[in-house]
Every structure is written in C-alpha cells, then in structure tokens.
Design a protein around this ligand. Structure first.
Ligand code: SAH
Length: 381
C-alpha cells in the first residue's frame, strides 16, 4: 500500500490499515490468505457495528485469524494520544498522532438527540487563511480515508463514555439542555470541519465518506455528512456530480474580493464570482441547500454595510438556496484580529434575516480545550 507518511515505523509500512480498505479490498485480502469470503463480512461487522478496535475483541473469528490480523494488519493509521474533556464532558477532543509525531484532532460535540464529530482531513493546512490557527502549521500530511474513518469511529465509541459519565445536575448539562432522555445514543452527524481542506485531499476525503456510508457497515446516511471548503471550485463541481448527496458548506467570510483575498489567499485563484457560479451550478444540479460560513471579525467584516453586501451577493441573479452560519471569531494568538461584539453579531444576523436570508449564529463549543472552530493546532489544554 502506498503509505508515504509511515516512514519511521518500518513495522507498519507494509501492513494494511483495515479502516483504509474498501470492502472489496478486505475481501481480496482474506481470500489471498485462504479464508472464506464471509470472513470479510464478519470483520466489517466487528469494525463498523461492534466498533472493535482490536482483533482480540473479534470473538466470532477463529483464533488463528485474529492472530494473523494482529500481526499483519493494523486498525487505524493514527495513534490516539489523549482525550480532552470540555463543556463538562459534552465536548471532547481527541489528539491523534502520525508515526512521525505530527498530530491531528477530532472533536465530538453532544447535543440533545444529536452527536456530531468534527473530523480533520489534513494535518496542518496549505490554505493560509490568516485568522485560522491550523493554517499557521502549514501543510504537514494528507490523511488517508482510513485515518478519517478512525476519527469517526473514535467518536462513536466515545459516546458510550459520555453517557456513562453524564451528570444531569452539572451546570453544563442544563446549559446545553441535556437530560438523560435527550442524551444521544449514537453518532448522528459527521462534519469535515477540522484541520485541513477536504477538497485539497478530495479522493481520500470522499473515500472516507464511502466507507462510513456502507449500509452493511457503519451505515451513516449521506445527508448526515457535511463537508466544508475554503472555496476550491474544482471540488465543488466534482461534488455536484458525486453519487452521494453530502451537505456542502462554503467558508465565505466576506462578500468583498479584495478583503477576501487578504483573509484567504485562495480567493486570488478562485475569486468570489467564480466561487458563486460554482455554488449556483451545484445547487442547480443537486437541488440541495448550501451553507455559507462567515467568521465575524471586529471592524473588518462585521459592519452593517458588509451584511447588506452579503445579502446582495446571495440574492443577485435570483435567490439562492442557502443558509448563513455566522461564527464569532475564536481568538488565535499571533494575529491582530478581534472577536466581534455580541451586538454586532446579532445585528448582522438581523440584516440578513430582514433580507429573507436564513441565518444562525454558531454556538461555540470546546473553547476551554482549544477545540473551537479555527483553534485546532495540535495543542494540549
Ligand atoms: N478548510 C475548510 C474546513 C475547515 S472548517 C474550510 O475552511 O471550510 C473550519 C471553519 O472554521 C471554516 O469556516 C473556517 O473558516 C472557520 N474558522 C477558521 N478559523 C476560525 C476562528 N479562529 N474562529 C472561528 N472560525 C474559524
């Protein structure tokens, strides 16, 4: 297998990661070992339904096969280093390491009847957005499909711990309106909004969705996935043609080209007009509503004029099938930016609403463990 990242662990170099194998590839591997093909089904059930992370747990397999799996494959290309708990245990961040020590993070967020995991698609990020902590790392590694699957299955497993440790009398429980009855029992949403740019690692990203979508495996509905992009036009157009109907979010952050280029270098390559054309093509083709993310930076892009310009952009040429997600900026050190005041944020939302554009303010999660949007940089709290 082509695993250029595993260069200092010769023991793992040639071992397939079971999460990285498509079902057909898993079957091929087992058949090449002289095993009956139904063993692949058993292993898929173990990995994706029983959430086993060790062949030793796969008690329905013969002992010799368990041992062979343990010595000749591995489960997950990353090593789980630590889990940080925030918001009274209702937000949890997992720190995973590559064999060379580079880390990536995944964040699990618990809501009434809903559990969302925010997944990283790259270690670091090549896109260079000036307001984002991950960008400061540069591009370190692309994640394989299996490494993205690994983060999701960690979250699915972690929900058990959340339920076991839940204290309905804790302040965090009432703040997030959670009771024992409304605690989610399983993972409901996967958002590719962690470290990295998914469309800069498109095939691996889409491969992870395919593996998790498999109805005989983890069986996550296509609509439970959301992918967020800085606005890579080729990726948007490719997704429009993809067989799975995944939700699309676009990090827009301003309706002004010059300002966007200063905040997000990608805008020099794909300016707003090109981006909006791609989004319109996408909604025309898929009939799906897109979300626009808009990080609010004090005195930069949070003025009433900018809200009007955003409304103009989203209504020009016919009203667009969209929703705006306003994100008050989370502080990142080493920048001269500031978070918008609450008043500015609600005023911005009100202007959009008045113009007939649905808009919500994203509730902050995980700031106490450096897990909020734009804060993922491999730090430990
Ligand atoms: N690269 C993709 C996926 C990351 S999603 C993308 O940019 O869309 C992470 C979201 O958080 C993006 O909308 C990003 O712009 C936003 N973000 C980045 N830094 C932030 C910060 N410091 N505070 C709040 N949101 C931030």
């Amino acid at each position: 297998m082509d695993r250029p990242d595993i260069h200092n662990r010769p023991d793992l170099c040639n071992r397939p990661d079971l999460y990285n194998l498509s079902f057909d590839a898993l079957k091929d591997l087992l058949v090449s070992w002289g095993q009956p093909a139904f063993r692949a089904k058993q292993i898929r059930t173990q990995l994706y339904q029983k959430l086993s992370s060790d062949p030793a747990e796969m008690s329905d397999l013969p002992k010799a096969l368990r041992e062979r799996l343990a010595t000749e494959t591995h489960i997950g290309g990353l090593t789980l280093k630590r889990v940080f708990k925030g918001d009274g245990g209702l937000t949890r961040k997992a720190l995973f390491a590559f064999p060379d020590g580079v880390v990536v993070e995944a964040v699990l967020m618990i809501y009434p009847k809903r559990a969302t995991v925010c997944v990283s698609s790259q270690a670091g990020c090549p896109m260079g957005c000036v307001f984002c902590a991950t960008a400061k790392l540069g591009h370190l590694h692309d994640l394989t499909p299996g490494m993205m699957v690994q983060q999701v299955l960690w979250a699915a497993r972690e929900i058990e711990a959340v339920r076991a440790e839940f204290d309905p009398h804790d302040k965090a429980a009432s703040r997030h309106r959670l009771t024992r009855d409304s605690l989610p029992t399983h993972l409901t949403n996967v958002v590719y909004m962690g470290m990295g740019e998914p469309f800069n690692n498109y095939d691996n990203w889409y491969g992870s969705v395919e593996r998790l979508h498999d109805p005989d495996g983890f069986n996550m509905g296509a609509r439970s996935f959301t992918v967020s992009t800085v606005g890579l036009v080729p990726g948007i157009l490719k997704l429009a043609e993809a067989p799975l109907q995944i939700n699309l979010a676009i990090s827009l952050h301003t309706a002004r080209d010059e300002e966007r280029s200063a905040l997000m270098p990608v805008n020099r390559k794909f300016p707003i007009a090109d981006l909006m054309q791609a989004v319109r093509d996408y909604t025309a083709k898929t009939r799906r509503r897109v979300s626009f993310e808009y990080v609010l930076l004090a005195e930069k892009n949070d003025t009433p004029e900018e809200a009007e310009e955003l409304a103009d952009l989203l209504t020009r040429g016919g009203k667009m099938l969209c929703h705006v997600n306003l994100i008050p900026w989370n502080p990142v050190s080493g920048t001269n930016l500031a978070r918008s005041t609450r008043g500015r944020v609600t005023a911005f939302r009100d202007i959009l609403e008045a113009r007939g554009i649905s808009a919500t303010i994203r509730i902050q999660r995980g700031a106490d463990i450096d897990a909020a949007c734009g804060q993922l940089a491999g730090s430990s709290a």
